[in-house]
Design a protein around this ligand. Structure first.
Ligand SMILES: [Zn+2]
Length: 143
């Protein structure tokens, strides 16, 4: 039997620099190229949040659109919009790659939604780069 879901799109703008202290300056440049520029650079991130359209857990209610918007605004947009991602506490020891960002957004949302409601999180970083995650909750990969 098929399952229905609903995806909502959000946006935020943020700066970052791809850099890891585990590598030398030369190695960082080799791995991240111009994204390792010390001055950083910005992206207009697009975030797709997919939730179940029906209550599949049998115990929890389906999140309303207003509620989802409020949660995403509180947990994601306020936190990242017009911020430097490298200064975010969760990125102190992690590189601000799209992979790490999508995992962090998943973790920030999944604990706020009724169990089983969050299906997938997608992040568009550049015209050609899209990252997504759907999985068990929470990931905790960013700790
Ligand atoms: Zn970048």
């Amino acid at each position: 039997m098929g399952r229905t879901s609903m995806t909502r799109r959000y946006r935020f703008c943020a700066a970052h620099r791809l850099h890891t202290h585990h590598l030398s300056e030369e190695e960082n440049w080799a791995v991240f190229g111009k994204c390792n520029n010390p001055n950083g650079h910005g992206h207009n991130y697009v975030v797709f949040v997919t939730v179940s359209a029906v209550d599949e857990g049998g115990s929890s209610s389906v999140v309303s659109l207003d509620e989802l918007d409020r949660i995403v605004a509180d947990r994601i947009i306020t936190r990242f919009d017009h911020h430097d991602l490298n200064l975010d506490p969760e990125f102190v020891s992690k590189t601000t790659t799209g992979e790490n960002l999508v995992l962090l957004i998943w973790d920030l949302l999944v604990t706020q939604l009724p169990a089983g409601q969050l299906r997938k999180v997608g992040v568009i970083e550049t015209r050609d780069n899209y990252f997504e995650y759907s999985g068990p909750a929470p990931v905790g990969a960013h700790s």
